[in-house]
Every structure is written in structure tokens, then in C-alpha cells.
Design a binder for this molecule. Structure first.
Ligand code: SF4
Length: 328
């Protein structure tokens, strides 16, 4: 079936890269009938990406637990009794062994996460060595280490870092309900340092934390209003971990999650949208809807920092069933 002329015009209008999306406009996307929203998101997706390809990343916790921050969703905060013990920074050899395994399992990007408020310069030196070595294996590199100064971001760039992950987590209005140990502006400043250093930005958020739809709209609007859209936009479904303040939270309706993915795809059409945490509890059908709505990246491997993720075999079966292949 071909598109009607006015639909084509709407779609090409939507395909321009815009940084001035209003909350009203994004709210109108969320309000669309579900098939219409998914259709629009998929149509835009096809203008920038091969809809049969999914980018595969692997995430390794290189320094687990003992974090002084109070992010209400996080099992690595030292403030919550979650059974996650504080560990030291991993040794370079051990990180390299994990990176080799990730590469042979099909990952194109290797992400290293450390539970720090911000790295000390000595710690950063070690991470820079890791980045250099992982890069030497022919993998793209990504790190998530907390807040960075401008100088630290430049050091990571010199070491060869391709991406830095620093999420906005939620809307500016809801943020204070989730984190009190740093402010939204701190996050925006780290993103600016990363961008200024010439590192690609990976930035998204978490839904299902008790926020309203208006907050989800606010989060997407803030991401889409960044001076450059993040190259990678992870959308996470809250993983309710025992011991964290959000452990007993009710589950977000999966269709609302898909709508959030679609809104990210439509407003940031060139970005890779990552179906991130929360996949372990997600049905294959919900994940398929997320791919239809424009998600085109997943984390591969049985662990996401400290929480579960589908086993590689399960993901391979799902990708085969859907006819999806890894993005080269
Ligand atoms: S999300 Fe990051 S900064 Fe927040 S408590 Fe967890 S490890 Fe620390």
C-alpha cells in the first residue's frame, strides 16, 4: 500500500533533524493510536537504518558496587542492602579476556562501566589503558564512569574512547525523586565535556520508576533538545532490584514502553535507539514491537553490570525468528 500524499509530506517533515520538539508535539505522538505511532516510527527508521540490522554491544562492570550516589534504582549504591559487594577496579588482563570473548560472540562495541560518582585521575589512567587495549582488538569502545571534568573527557578521547554513556535518567522535574546526590545540571555538564572532547554521546533514561507520561515526554524532549542528538539513546525499563527503594514498584505497561521507544525514534531519527535494561523480563513479542518502533541496538550477554540480561542463545533465537542480523 502506498502512502497518501499528505502522509508522505508529514513523514518527510518529521525526518528533518530537529532540536526544537515541544512537549506538546511529543505528547501528541504518545497520544497517537498505537498502530499509527509504530507505523510513523518504522517509516522514519527506514530512512536512516536497515530495519533488519541490530547493533550489538556488550557491557562489563569493571568496578562493581560501593558507589556513594543514591540513585534509587541502582543495586550498586552503597546506601542500599542489595547483596552487591564493593569490588576493586578489574585488572587489565581480565578486562581484555572479556573483550575478546565479547568480540567472538558478535559484539561490535564493548562498554566498560564503573560504579563511581566520578573517577579519580589515577583511576582514569587505568581506564584509559583499558580503552586503548580494547580498541586494539578492533572493537568500538564505550565507558560509563560517572561525572567527568573536561580534562578527563579529553584524556579518554586521547586513549581512543568512541562513546561515553551518561544518562539523563528521567525528566528534569522527576529527577529529584530518584537522585539527590547530584543535580540534573551536573549531568548536562558532563555531556557537554564529552561532546566537546569529540567523543560520541550515549545518553538516555529509565522508564517505569513511578514517573508520569508527562515525565517520559519531558525526558525525550530534553534528549531531543541537546545541541547534537546523542548518537546512541538507551531506553531502559526499570529492573526492580530487591533492596533498592524502587524494588516494589508496579510494572510499567509494555505498550507505554514501546511508545517511549517510538517517540525517541521519531524525534532523534539518526540515533541508534537501544532497547536496554529490562529485556530479561520482557516477552519476545514486546521486544519485537520495540524493534518495529525503531529500536536497533541491544546489549548482548548474560549480565548488565549487576542485573540479569537474556542469555546469548536466547537472543540468537529471537534474532533468527525475527530475521534480524548484527549491524556491521
Ligand atoms: S547509577 Fe551509577 S552513579 Fe548511580 S548509584 Fe549506581 S553506580 Fe552509582
Amino acid at each position: 500500500m502506498s502512502l497518501a500524499a499528505d502522509d508522505s509530506a508529514t513523514l518527510s517533515g518529521l525526518c528533518r533533524l530537529r532540536h526544537d520538539w515541544t512537549r506538546t508535539e511529543i505528547g501528541a505522538l504518545f497520544d497517537l493510536p498505537f498502530p499509527e505511532l509504530v507505523f510513523r516510527a518504522q517509516s522514519i527508521h527506514r530512512q536512516y537504518f536497515d530495519p533488519a540490522e541490530v547493533q550489538i554491544s556488550t557491557l562489563l562492570s569493571i568496578k562493581t558496587g560501593g558507589c556513594p550516589e543514591d540513585c534509587a534504582y541502582c543495586p550498586q549504591s552503597a546506601r542500599y542492602d542489595t547483596g552487591v559487594d564493593a569490588e576493586k577496579l578489574m585488572a587489565l588482563d581480565a578486562v581484555l579476556a572479556e573483550a575478546r570473548a565479547a568480540k567472538s560472540a558478535g559484539a561490535s562495541r564493548f562498554c566498560m562501566g564503573a560504579a563511581w560518582r566520578s573517577p579519580k585521575d589515577r583511576e582514569l589512567e587505568h581506564v584509559c589503558e583499558m580503552v586503548e587495549a580494547v580498541k586494539g582488538l578492533g572493537l568500538e569502545t564505550c565507558a560509563t564512569l560517572g561525572m567527568l571534568t573536561a580534562a578527563q573527557a579529553r584524556s579518554l578521547k586521547r586513549a581512543g574512547l568512541d562513546y561515553y554513556n551518561h544518562n539523563l535518567d528521567t525528566s528534569p522535574e522527576f529527577y529529584g525523586e530518584i537522585i539527590t546526590t547530584r543535580v540534573y545540571q551536573d549531568r548536562l555538564e558532563t555531556l557537554e565535556h564529552v561532546r566537546d572532547a569529540g567523543i560520541h554521546v550515549c545518553c538516555g533514561g529509565i522508564v517505569g520508576m513511578g514517573e508520569t507520561r508527562a515525565d517520559r515526554i519531558g525526558m525525550i524532549a530534553t534528549l531531543a533538545a541537546l545541541p547534537v542528538h546523542p548518537e546512541s539513546v538507551p531506553i531502559n525499563m526499570l529492573v526492580r532490584v530487591a533492596g533498592t527503594p524502587l524494588a516494589d514498584h508496579s510494572r510499567l505497561d509494555p505498550f507505554e514502553f514501546v511508545r517511549t521507544i517510538a517517540a525517541a525514534r521519531i524525534t532523534m531519527p539518526r540515533s541508534v535507539v537501544r532497547l536496554s535494561a529490562g529485556r530479561e523480563d520482557m516477552s519476545e513479542e514486546t521486544q519485537a514491537l520495540c524493534f518495529l518502533a525503531g529500536a536497533n541496538s541491544i546489549f548482548y550477554g548474560p549480565k548488565l553490570l549487576t542485573t540479569g540480561n537474556p542469555e546469548r542463545d536466547r537472543d540468537r533465537v529471537l534474532m533468527d525468528k525475527l530475521g534480524l542480523s548484527p549491524m556491521q
